[in-house]
Design a protein around this ligand. Structure first.
Ligand SMILES: O=P(O)(O)OP(=O)(O)OP(=O)(O)OC[C@H]1O[C@@H](n2cnc3c(O)ncnc32)[C@H](O)[C@@H]1O
Ligand SMILES: [Mg+2]
Length: 203
């Protein structure tokens, strides 16, 4: 084994979280590299119906193009009062991919008349691990909370400023990076991949 693992994300903040969680898991001997460190390759559009389907496509594309083991996350926010939307459309809810402020503002507007007791939501992350020559594995982590009425906090990304995790009075953008990783959907999903990653690191 090469000792390298590709983490396939175009979202710098998400990539940072994935790197951080992998580092905290103490997987020594695996050098994490990003998409900007490998030659460009065609990427399949993320049009799957589920987080799992999209995560698998991203990881399989990355592994096939580079010959490296590849981890990818597909994630989003499921809002109870919106029947689970924005879901897989979270990154482009306002119509502009990755425009966090516009996505968040649109969501808050849609929920303006929704009372406090019906503002439940969950962040969901599907993380896939594709290793050339092996079956691809996909796992899921969820983080329940509620949608507040005004954005608060500067940490994190995406919908973090309007998501208050269960048992918290701070939004996830007010948590430290370590606090977010310990509780988050992404942290919980990646934790399930640690044994496979540790085996990979052992070579
Ligand atoms: O596909 P890649 O390149 O990894 O980057 P992306 O930003 O497009 O990522 P997704 O397709 O998985 O869409 C995830 C969106 O869901 C939201 N999201 C996911 N995880 C989040 C988190 O931890 N905090 C806040 N928002 C999150 C945020 O709007 C993300 O852009
Ligand atoms: Mg995406």
């Amino acid at each position: 084994m090469s000792g390298k693992i590709l983490v396939a994300s175009r979202n710098a903040k998400k990539l940072g979280e994935l790197r951080r969680v992998l580092a905290a898991a103490g997987i020594d001997g695996l050098e994490v590299i990003g998409l900007d460190e490998v030659p460009e390759f065609p990427e399949t559009p993320e049009t799957g119906a589920t987080f799992e389907a999209n995560a698998i496509v991203k990881a399989v594309d990355g592994a096939a193009a580079t010959g490296l083991p590849c981890v990818a996350d597909d994630s989003g926010l499921e809002v109870d009062a919106l029947n689970g939307m924005p879901g897989v459309l979270s990154a482009r809810w306002s119509g502009r991919h990755g425009d966090d402020d516009a996505n968040t503002a649109l969501l808050l507007g849609q929920l303006a008349d929704v009372p406090d007791e019906r503002r439940g939501a969950a962040f969901v992350s599907a993380c896939a691990l594709a290793i050339p020559g092996q079956d691809t594995v996909v796992v899921r982590g969820e983080w329940r909370g509620r949608i507040v009425r005004e954005p608060r906090g500067d940490n994190g990304f995406g919908y973090d400023p309007v998501f208050e995790p269960e048992g918290e009075q701070r939004t996830s953008a007010e948590l430290s990076p370590q606090e977010k990783d310990a509780a988050s959907h992404r942290g919980r999903a990646l934790a399930q991949l640690v044994p496979a990653l540790a085996e990979l690191a052992r070579g």
